[in-house]
Design a protein around this ligand. Sequence first.
Ligand code: B12
Ligand code: SF4
Ligand code: SF4
Length: 381
Amino acid sequence: MRRLVEARARHLGFDAVRVTRPEALSNLPERLSAWLSSGAQGEMAWMAERSDQRADPRALWPEVRSIIMLGMNYGPESDPLDLLARRERGAIAAYAQRRDYHEVIKGKLKELGGYLSAKGDVRVKVFVDTAPVMEKPLAAAAGLGWQGKHTVLISRELGNWLLLGAIYTSADLAPDAPEIDHCGSCRRCLDACPTNAFPAPYQLDARRCISYLTIEHAGPIPAEFRAPMGNRIFGCDDCLAVCPWNKFAETAREARLAAQADLAAPPLAELVRLDEAAFRQRFSGTPIKRTGRDRFLRNVLIAIGNSGEPGLVPEAERCLADASPLVRAMAVWACGRLSGRSACSGLFKRFGLGETDAQVLAEWDAVLGEGRTGRGEAERP
Ligand code: B12
Ligand code: SF4
Ligand code: SF4
């Protein structure tokens, strides 16, 4: 049965397949609860909901006897770090420059699950990303790779450009041995992080991670992270890109995960002009649609503020009149960075005098100097 499943998985386009047992993860409840009680999950309240099920596959589904862990390679064609110097362009994380992997992998997991159930009295449940399942520790227990100091799963054969999926099954399948840690004394990923998001090796404080800030976080991005974001407008690949184990990585072989050329280095000047309809049309079927237009423009405006490009000043100024307070707030920041305080005094008279949103006014205050917007103490957020 195991051999058949493996062959079928490869035929479906998975690059790695291994098996573990639910009882293999004995230390997960403590590790997950330590992470949650430190608050590292930020606004991702769903990480704490059903945490008992997340940390123990049997609590999610008591029938589970074996867990098939699958990996699909999405190795980028060029080094993602190269794009960070092109400041008038937006840098989108490699996984998001292609079709939404949830759709691609879920379809294949269902096919594999169906194949398994057809072999006898076997029940299956398939998961990718969104269920309360800890895919990285499960994949490590199954020997697919190990969790590096950046916490992402690395395979000796494929590097760290791997997306994961899981099949819980009632079938008894022979488990694989877990992979051991091959990080050694290396700490390249920890040193590469632009926002110091690792309080210690193997631990990530999501609240400081650009991936979290640009995708999961809802409001204005805290000021201390805006400059380090550079031109990263959706996710971040820095800690992944520097890992030496990528020397074995190959480019994605699954055709549906091929990178889309127009997402490789999109001009910020183009992205900042997207309205709701154009945003939906441009990013339909990709992971980017998830943030919605306003949050995406928030990220683009931060990149514009970091660009140092005088040509982008009119674009940032136009957004001072945007209907979304979040976009207006980041437009104020971008104008402050590009044009400086005295130019912004004039802009405040044109765009800011009728402003009522507390977040936007706080950004004007930060650019013009406390109290320059004429608000009293009681009005400040
Ligand atoms: C929440 C989440 C995030 C959050 C938090 C990330 C995180 N590290 O937890 C944010 C939004 C920041 C994020 C970012 C990214 N994510 Co994400 N994310 C998830 C999600 C939904 C849950 C992860 C989770 O359970 N976190 C909770 C913490 C507690 O788990 P943990 O990292 O395993 O923590 C372990 C360590 O701290 C360890 N530990 C603690 N102390 C010690 C001490 C020692 C000595 C050791 C050895 C270990 C150790 O124990 C903990 C438990 O195992 C998974 C999908 C899923 N359902 O699993 C995808 C997932 C992890 N993400 C993925 C990806 C691709 C990314 C990004 C690369 C996207 C991008 N380019 O922007 C970045 C990578 C950032 C990074 N360095 O992690 C992939 C990773 C694939 C892989 N090869 O591992 C996943 C698996 C999605 C998928 N289906 O493919 N993500
Ligand atoms: S994804 Fe970027 S910000 Fe997040 S931990 Fe890695 S390097 Fe740091
Ligand atoms: S960069 Fe070095 S420390 Fe970080 S995950 Fe890769 S091997 Fe481990």
